[in-house]
Design a binder for this molecule. Structure first.
Ligand code: NAD
Length: 241
């Protein structure tokens, strides 16, 4: 089950997992995007089920998990990818904007993880991957709400990993750097801003959604069985500066 898989990083993870033969639940807050990625997967011979739900709402997450359990009987992998970002200075940040970012990014990760983990423990098996951001640790101007939500996801990953290890559930986190998705459309649309952002990346290029999908695939693989509570920076070295 991959949240926010209707485009960008979530879509890339959904496609990658489907290519490996996984039945993918494509969640998105907008139904059309969930359906179009599911269609893409079906057309390449994979298996996908679109489910519309807003991860910030407990009742919608509960319905989604119930539907999946009724249809498939278990969830082996959860990727908490759904996330939103806005820009506002701390001194002027409206409380409603703070609430929405925290609700989607942080509470959404908690709600999905708690419900899914309660099913995973019955099988003594599970893989949870949380998508944070390299800004969980590097502050920026105008992103206090987003960066705090991602710092929350990082420590939540470790808390969950600690509690769930005895059920053989791995919980890990990916901290992406600057990735070419719609979330960065403003920067992508301005050659000047784009060059400025790339100049700060030691590896010399933006990340692609596929870079994050590769890391997610590793973290849910048997090869990563002994890794839990880890935060993996996938950022071309952006976090080193
Ligand atoms: N793009 C980057 O540079 C970057 C960097 C670091 C971290 N991230 C994180 O990666 C994740 C994916 O980002 P992206 O760049 O692919 O963004 P994106 O905006 O391209 O895609 C996000 C997807 O999540 C969906 N979504 C939004 N709110 C939702 C909700 N409440 N419930 C369910 N689905 C919802 C959107 O409809 C969209 O399909 C996010 O958590 C983001 O914070 C992105």
């Amino acid at each position: 089950m991959i949240t926010g898989a209707g485009q960008g990083i979530g879509r890339a993870i959904a496609l990658k997992f489907a290519k490996e033969g996984t039945s993918v639940i494509v969640n998105n807050v907008t139904e059309d995007k969930a359906k179009s990625v599911s269609k893409e997967i079906e057309e390449m011979g994979g298996s996908a089920t679109p489910i519309q739900a807003d991860v910030a709402h407990q009742d919608e997450v509960t319905n989604m998990v119930s539907k999946v359990m009724d249809e498939f009987g278990k969830i082996d992998i959860l990727v908490n990818n759904a996330g939103i970002q806005t820009s506002s200075p701390f001194l002027k940040l409206p409380v409603a904007e703070w609430d929405r970012i925290i609700d989607v990014n942080l509470k959404g990760t908690f709600l999905c993880s708690q419900l899914v983990a309660n099913n995973m423990i019955k099988n003594n098996y599970g893989k949870i991957v949380n998508i944070a951001s390299i800004h969980y640790i590097i502050p920026r101007l105008n992103r206090i709400h987003y960066d705090v939500s991602k710092a929350g996801i990082a420590i939540m990953t470790k808390e969950m990993a600690l509690e769930l290890a005895k059920y053989k559930i791995n919980v890990n986190c990916i901290a992406p750097g600057f990735i070419a998705t719609e979330m960065n459309k403003e920067i992508l649309g301005s050659p000047e801003k784009l060059n400025e952002n790339i100049s700060r990346i030691p590896w010399g290029r933006m990340g692609e959604p596929e870079d994050i999908a590769n890391a997610a695939l590793f973290l849910v693989s048997d090869e990563a069985e002994y890794i839990t509570g880890a935060i993996l920076n996938v950022d071309g070295g952006l976090g080193l500066k």
